[in-house]
Structures are given as structure tokens and as C-alpha cells.
Design a protein around this ligand. Structure first.
Ligand code: 5GP
Length: 170
């Protein structure tokens, strides 16, 4: 286990206060980046006490691999227009920064009032794209992690904590 349930809960509460300070008056669209961010977004939005809407998109760079392919695809797009709206993109994890960089550029081309990024986890060691993360939960080592929405080949999203995956010799 890398980050426990209570630690996550406390940090999500702190992030929600920062988000309210920055976006609370701006009727933002909160964009959940599927699939990994769905648990984080569900907890985060229930801590927010101001008007906002939620939309979803799906970006994929990993497929079933544990190593980034270096190529990002938008597999599911937002349902609503974002022009002149404040957008908060919520990610599970920023690794190389490629996904966030792609999503920011894509959304900024639609003339929003602003695009900010919130990520529960950040692996600074791999952050070659120097992605701008406005709200970050935890910086973690450069290991593959699962739980709290993050998967390994589709599994373990239900774990209430974040865990590191270790290869075992069998
Ligand atoms: P990036 O484009 O920043 O390299 O990768 C971002 C995406 O890769 C995340 O949204 C997530 O889906 C996936 N990813 C990166 N690191 C991990 C990890 O340690 N565990 C899991 N489950 N997914 C990861």
C-alpha cells in the first residue's frame, strides 16, 4: 500500500477547498477523464458546494500496457460545448504528461474561458512534458500503481487505497 484511505480522504477535502477558492464563482465544467478518474471525481464533486456541471471524456495512451505508447487518442468526447466556460480537467495520474498536454491543447482550441488541471497523482520522475497541473493530490515514485479508480488490465479499480504493483517470481 502506498497511500491509505484516510490520507486520500483528507487530501481530497483539501483539494476541494482549493478548487472552490479558484473556481467556486465561475460555474465550471468539471471534466472527468475516464476511466481512471471516476472514483476521484465522485469523491471530489461531493465535497464541492457551488454550482458546476460534470462531463466525461476518454483519452487513451496506454491500452493494456503498463508503459505509455507515446500516442494519445480521444476515444470519447464531451457532450457539451465549452466555449467561454471555465473547465477543470480531472485526471487520475500524470505520468509523462503527454495525456494532459494533449487534452489541454485539444480543449483550449474550443475557446474556453480557462482550462485548469487537477490530478490525484503525479509521477514527477517521468514528467518529460512539464505538464501544468494546477491541483495535485500526491507526488509518487515512478512505479505502476493501482486502486482508487486506477487499474491493472481492468482490475483493482475498486481498492479504496493506492497500491504499488510488484512483479513476483513464481
Ligand atoms: P501520461 O500521458 O501522463 O504518461 O499518462 C497518463 C495516463 O496513463 C493516466 O491517465 C493513466 O491512465 C495511465 N497511467 C500512468 N501511470 C499509471 C500507473 O501507475 N497506474 C495506472 N493504473 N495507470 C497509469
Amino acid at each position: 500500500m502506498l497511500i491509505g484511505e484516510e490520507e486520500i480522504r483528507n487530501r481530497v477535502a483539501e483539494i476541494s477547498r482549493d478548487v472552490r477558492d479558484q473556481l467556486g464563482e465561475l460555474d465550471p465544467i468539471i471534466v472527468c477523464v475516464l476511466k481512471g478518474a471516476f472514483v476521484f471525481v465522485a469523491d471530489l464533486v461531493r465535497q464541492l458546494d457551488f454550482p458546476f456541471s460534470v462531463d466525461f471524456l476518454r483519452a487513451s495512451s496506454y491500452g493494456n500496457s503498463v508503459v505509455s505508447t507515446g500516442e494519445v487518442k480521444l476515444e470519447l468526447d464531451l457532450q457539451q460545448a465549452i466555449s467561454n466556460r471555465h473547465v477543470l480537467v480531472v485526471e487520475d495520474i500524470v505520468d509523462t504528461g503527454l495525456t494532459v498536454q494533449y487534452l489541454k491543447a485539444n480543449l483550449e482550441s474550443r475557446n474556453p474561458a480557462s482550462v485548469s488541471v487537477c490530478s490525484l497523482l503525479h509521477k514527477p520522475a517521468n514528467n518529460v512534458k512539464l505538464a501544468a497541473v494546477d491541483f495535485c493530490g500526491f507526488e509518487i515514485p515512478n512505479d505502476f500503481v493501482v486502486g482508487y479508480g486506477l487499474d491493472w488490465q481492468g482490475y483493482y479499480r475498486n481498492l479504496p487505497f493506492i497500491a504499488q504493483v510488484h512483479e513476483t517470481d513464481t
